[in-house]
Design a protein. Structure first.
Length: 280
């Protein structure tokens, strides 16, 4: 929905921000913002969606404050500990995993979440780019599947997407050689099947292995990498391609070393339990 200049000025006043502060939040120079609020230019759709989202959040927060449901002291402390934007992705992942774990057991957070669901069922989602919207929609769809099947769907989508990176080049060649288009489609389907197979192996073997004391995360990592690699090689073999070059024994040894090495790295970085931060 388009936002007029008067709507933009009212939104800024509602949020209690100066022109400079609102311009910074929208990611634009202040003189650009002044032109938008004065009606000399039309606010782009992405920024208009962000303004609508911020107003919806302000209405939600105001209603929560009046609801009588107390704020969560743990969440307030968590917000103050937000890592800098320059921190590694793993640090950010752990930061958000903490709030996800906390929300599952905190009565206060659950009461606030239920209040929002009942009174603000149509809360807009944060605006994202087209690519991020697609990724977000796929992630939401995968999360809605049964837990045991999620690694299979995720693996299928990831390997298919990685394979599709080469598809445009094949399509260009396929203008002269139409048979290559079928090859490209077959490669994407094969990659998806390999990803699904590797995901199922992790679900039924790797995930239970994580419960083994001390070495469980590393076993799970090795199983995950082995499962995906084995399925990829199996699909390649069915397609008539040579696998495990260098002889059977040498090929198996190389395959084993590679999968164990990357499996241990995966287990250490993804599956190893993190230290629980003490609540303050």
């Amino acid at each position: 929905m388009p936002i007029t200049s008067s709507d933009l000025a009212a939104a800024r006043s509602r949020l209690g921000l100066s022109e400079k502060e609102f311009a910074s939040e929208l990611g634009m120079p202040v003189d650009w913002y002044v032109d938008f609020e004065a009606g000399r230019a039309k606010l782009p759709r992405k920024e208009a969606e962000w303004v609508a989202y911020r107003l919806a959040c302000a209405d939600r927060d105001e209603a929560l404050a009046k609801s009588g449901i107390p704020s969560c002291a743990w969440v307030e402390q968590w917000r103050r500990e937000e890592p800098p934007a320059s921190a590694k992705r793993q640090v950010h992942n752990e930061y958000f995993q903490r709030i996800a774990n906390h929300s599952q057991t905190c009565p206060t957070c659950q009461a606030r979440s239920q209040f929002v669901k009942e009174h603000f069922p149509d809360m807009p989602k944060p605006p994202m780019s087209g690519a991020m919207r697609i990724i977000g929609a796929l992630t939401t769809w995968v999360q809605a599947r049964p837990e045991w099947s999620r690694p299979a769907f995720a693996g299928a989508l990831i390997l298919a997407a990685m394979t599709m990176i080469r598809v445009p080049f094949i399509i260009l060649r396929g203008i002269r050689e139409p048979s290559l288009l079928l090859v490209a489609l077959g490669a994407v389907v094969a990659a998806a099947l390999a990803g699904a197979g590797g995901g199922l192996i992790y679900s039924f073997v790797g995930r239970p292995a994580r419960r083994v004391p001390v070495v469980g995360p590393y076993l799970a990592g090795v199983v995950a990498v082995t499962g995906y690699m084995a399925c990829i090689l199996g699909i390649m073999a069915l397609a008539g391609q040579k696998v495990l070059e260098g002889g059977k024994v040498e090929g198996v040894v190389i395959f084993g070393l590679v999968t164990v090495l990357f499996g241990l790295i995966l287990g250490h970085t993804w599956f190893r339990p993190r230290e629980v931060v003490r609540q303050r």
